[in-house]
Every structure is written in structure tokens, then in C-alpha cells.
Ligand binder design. Sequence first.
Ligand code: HEC
Length: 464
Amino acid sequence: MTMAVNWREWVEDRFALEPIREVGFLRKVPGTPWYYGDGAALVLLFGVLVVTGMFLALSYSPSPDTAYSSVRYLTERATLGWFVRGLHYWSAGLMMVMAWFHLFREIIVGGYRMPREGTWFLGVLLLFGIFIMSFTGYLLRWDERALYSTLLSLHMFQNIPLIGDEIVLFVQGGPELGARTLTRFYAMHLLFTPAAMGLVLAGHLYLIYRHGVTSAAERRERIQSREQQRALYAREKERGEPFYPDTMAKSGLFALAVFLMAAGLALFSGPLPMYPEANLVNSTMPQGEWWYWWYSALIALVPSRIAPWLVVIFPPLLFLALVALPFLDRNPYRDIRRRPWMGAAVTASAATLLWLSYLRYHSPWTGWPTEALPPVPQEVRLSPRAQEGRALFSRYGCNSCHPIAGRGPHVGPDLMRIGRRRTPAQTRSQILGPPPGSPMPSYADRLSEEELSRLVTFLMELQR
Ligand code: HEC
């Protein structure tokens, strides 16, 4: 006896796919505009990062002796390694951009309003997960740039009152940055954070499935109770579109466009070039990734008394502000036109992010050598030797950390009138060998005797 087998039914039954099809795909959802696809784009980027990360892990070796050369090998010799690394890098960058977009967009449509506060809180956690991923991933390259930026951020943690030193010890895995730090960052970057983010993301998606996304009717009406919202949403859903294929196609297209952008950037500009290998002994210049330019600009622009505090207080403040947002915004409307203050706040924040990034892009605050001479107050008369020292001050990137008379970034102390606090000999030894743990690089092997003496002359003449 023969029986025709319907394979589609067979697979559906044996793998119990029926409920998934009905619950997941065939349901109706309120129609949404194309830009609601930003969330899908983030999910796709997360997937791309996980997959490219797994491939990178095939060759990466998390030990100070081999980390750098393994990344070099990966980039230069492994088949398609350059592309995988590039895709990982650019997907990470675009994820940061899309995360801000998603955040601002949700604020605009009132996405954190009842009953979606839970969805919002998990989203805030995911945002901080992204920050942790980029902080830990940065060090893995183990080149000069990465190492010294990490030193610099660790130095900033030290400003946290009472527990600053403990935090640094904990993050570093010991009294100084070295092999244990790399192992820790590696474990955080590959295991802890992605696992935690995967769980939180699952919760985020579950809540989106349960509570849906802010519908057009919710954005129009004045909503005062959960019941009213429930009814409005149910009506919108009734009138809405099938999740599959309509919503999936729209969000999928948006996500695809973002992915193609990452792939295009990886293809045409490749991964980030490697800087010389970090050696933990001498010299270098730290520099953050472009997606943190706004942050370095912010720190550099605020007064030097506030900067060291702001740098550590800002992330927790941002976190608290985002968590508090649903409780503070009690306006019964969700339409941004009826929430002018919120509209102004979002516009101002987005504009500030872009403006700060732009400033940073065009500024000499980097840890890298610059042409621009450090500003010196008019009353200061410099001898010709000191003038040469002043040029060296920019050439060696000193003015990327030290302000003079309040002008410049505030990573290191202001060097105006340093001559009253320090003797020339003390200044020399600070430049040649900063105290252990200092973010200031040692210039021991980089300055000739002549250059050093000109630099010190310049610093000593910096007095009114
Ligand atoms: C990466 C940032 C950074 C760079 C680049 C840097 N410094 Fe520093 N510097 C610091 C920090 C931070 C301190 C605070 C003391 C410490 O941690 O060693 C400091 C301290 C000093 C001091 C002692 C200040 C005092 O008040 O006692 C001098 C002098 C100095 N730096 C000179 C220089 C010179 C000259 C250069 C360039 C050749 C330079 N620094 C480059 C970060 C930097």
C-alpha cells in the first residue's frame, strides 16, 4: 500500500511548527511606517556581529604575546579575514549609530509609554550592553592605540570616590594592565556580555510581541488608562496588516539596507588599520573610536574641574535618566507635536551628538601629533628655544591631553605655571618616565636630548 506523503505537512507536524507559524507569522499587527524597521536592523547587526565574531575567534589568540600578531595574520593572510574583520568593525559602528537612532525614534513616538515600559527598560540595558561590547572589544587588537585608550579610561575610573581603585583592580584583573586584563576583556567580550545581551534581547522581543509597537491611533489619541490603550491597540491590530509578509518585508528591507551599508564599508574601506603593537613600555597616543568622538569632545570642552568627574558620572546619569523617563513623562499624549519639550530635548540631544563628533573630527584634541600650536596667553613671552619647544609640544601630542591656561583638553593637568610647582629636573623625569599607572605615555625613547631640553624650556617659560 502506498501513501502519498505531503512533505510540508510532515515537516510541520514532526517539528511542531504549526503554532509558530500562526502565532509568529500569520498574526495581524498595526501598520507601521518604514522607519520602525530600525529595530530589525539592530537585530540583524547583532546576528552579523555574533557570526563574524565566531569566525574571528577561530584565529584570535588572547595573550599579550600573540594577540597583535594573530589579528595581523587574520587581516593580512587568513582567507577573507580582512572582510570578516571589516564587517565586524563596521557592523559594530553602525550598531552604535542605529542604537542612537532607535533610542531617539522611540522617544519621539512615545515608545516607552504604558504598557511598554518593560520593553523600554530592556532596551536601555541593551544600549549599555553595546557600550560594554565596544569598550571590551577595543582592547583585543592590542595595538598602541587600543591599549592607551584603555589605560586612559581606567585612569578615569580611578576618579570614582571610595571604590575607584577597586573598580580599576577588578577591571584590570590586577594592579596593572597586562595579560590578565586581556583575558578578562576577552571573556567579557566573547562570553558574558553577548550571553547577557542575547537573553535581554529575547525578553525585549517577547515584550514587543506581547505589547506590540506604538500604533498610529495611540499616537493620535489622549490615553489615560491601560484599558483604553488596550482597546485602541486591539482595534488598530484588527485593521492592521499581516505580520508576514507585510511587516517583515518592510522591516527586512530596512535591515537589509543597513547590512549592505556595513558590507559595503567593509568591502571598500576594509577593517580599521592596525597601529604599531602595544609594548606597555613606551610612548603612544590614545584615540577613541569615531563612535565615541562626541564623548571625548564633551570631556575636552567642559571646565577642567568638572571633566574628571563628568567622565565617570555621565554614563550612570544617562542610565538613570533613561530609566526615569517613563515615570517623568506623564503627558497623556504620545504625539511628539503635543510633547514639544520632549521634541526639543530629542532634537537638541541628537544635534549635540553630531556637533560634538564634528568638533572632535576637526580638532587637535587627539592623542596624535598635530600641526596646531598649543595656545599660550598673550602676556607670555617665549624665547626662540621655547618657541621650538612649543612646536614639539604639538608634534608629540602633549596638547592632546594637557590644557595650557585652561585651553585644550583636560585629560592631564594644566601646564600653565608648571614651573612654580616643579623643577626642570622633575619635569624632565615626568616626561621620560611618568609614574606607574599614569595614562601619560613615557617619552623615554622618543625624544632626543635637544628636543627634551626645548620642551622643558617651553614649559618653564609658561608663566606670567
Ligand atoms: C595621554 C595623555 C597625556 C599625554 C599625551 C601627555 N601627558 Fe603629561 N600627563 C598626563 C597626565 C594624566 C598627567 C597627571 C600625572 C600622571 O598621571 O602622571 C600628566 C602629567 C604631566 C606633567 C606633570 C604635571 C604636574 O602638575 O606635575 C608634565 C610636566 C607633563 N605631563 C608633561 C607632558 C609633556 C611634555 C607631554 C608631551 C611630550 C605630555 N605630558 C603628554 C597625560 C598626558
